[in-house]
Design a binder for this molecule. Structure first.
Ligand code: G4P
Length: 285
């Protein structure tokens, strides 16, 4: 499967990230909880080398909770605090604030020693497209006030969303670019719907899902479509088509329509909470 992020986009995104990072103490990296590795851009480690760091495993409502917990431990081993999140849930924001205070404790203590009181942590959110950055900022801003940038007159004054005395969030997220260095990355991004579907063969994608994450979630498809499991992806598609009465002329199973149904169900969480990447498959850096 060939997928691309154009070099021009990447250069622009990198430049903007570098510029905005200068304004903040803390980088909040949003990943998709179902595919934390494929939705992560490892370049961020270099870009944000001297910033406080935090990871939000977003769309955790669609991922397997045990696997998400395992990912939280995985990142903890790397020294990065990770929190599972459904960015649409405003109630989660309290947990995030607490985590921010914990991650940046050293800064607060240093400020206190120097007699600086109430200087908030400035944070920005970054992540690849569609990971939930705007949703998070909207939820975060829900009960907060928008403070205008303190440099009027510049072309685009950054706005800071003030949560409380200790946290301010930049209102524009940093856009990271996916790293397609492995074929799996593109496939996993396509499973969750982060790749333009026009360039994807749905049937091929669905077969890839059966052979990949589907193997660890063997009961999900049979339960949803009331069929017997098969290790053969083509057979699974035929059974789904028959069970859903998706037939072409002459009663031939319409495997293309069956594949489209599976992929749609997968993305909407109708196959259950499915994680597609597992920490044990990835070594440490
Ligand atoms: P971005 O800024 O990083 O590009 O992502 P954005 O916030 O636009 O979110 C992309 C999609 O993901 C949106 O759905 C949004 O509702 C959904 N989303 C964000 N966070 C979560 C989450 O924690 N759980 C779930 N299940 N979905 C989440 P959409 O289909 O584009 O729009 P709509 O469904 O809101 O109409």
């Amino acid at each position: 499967m060939k997928l691309q992020w154009y070099p021009g986009h990447m250069t622009k995104a990198r430049r903007e990230m570098q510029k905005d990072l200068q304004l903040v103490d803390l980088l909040i990296e949003l990943l998709d909880a179902r595919i934390p590795m494929s939705s992560r851009n490892p370049d961020i480690d270099r870009l944000a080398a001297n910033k406080y760091r935090m990871i939000l495993l977003n769309k955790a409502d669609l991922a397997d909770p045990k696997t998400t917990d395992a990912w939280i431990r995985y990142f903890a081993d790397l020294g990065i605090r990770a929190v599972a999140l459904d960015a649409r849930e405003r109630t989660m924001m309290r947990t995030i604030e607490d985590a921010v205070r914990e991650v940046c404790r050293e800064k607060f203590e240093r400020d206190r020693r120097r007699g600086i009181l109430n200087r908030p942590v400035r944070a920005m959110v970054a992540g690849i497209p569609n990971v939930g950055k705007s949703t998070f900022i909207n939820s975060f801003a829900g009960k907060a006030s928008l403070k205008t940038g303190n440099k009027p007159g510049v072309t685009k004054a950054n706005q800071w969303i003030r949560m409380n005395a200790s946290v301010e969030l930049l209102d524009t997220p940093g856009i990271l670019w996916p790293k397609f260095d492995d074929e799996k990355v593109g496939e996993h991004l396509a499973f969750i719907g982060s790749i333009n579907d026009d360039i994807i063969d749905t049937e091929e994608l669905c077969r890839a899902f059966f052979k990949d994450a589907g193997v660890k979630n063997q009961s999900a498809v049979p339960e949803r479509y009331h069929i017997e499991y098969s290790e053969d992806p083509n057979e699974l598609l035929e059974r789904i088509a028959a069970s859903r009465n998706l037939l072409k002329k002459g009663g031939i199973p319409d495997t293309e329509k069956a594949a489209a149904a599976v992929i749609d169900d997968l993305r909407r969480g109708k196959l259950g909470r499915i994680s597609m990447e597992y920490p044990e498959e990835y070594g440490k850096h």
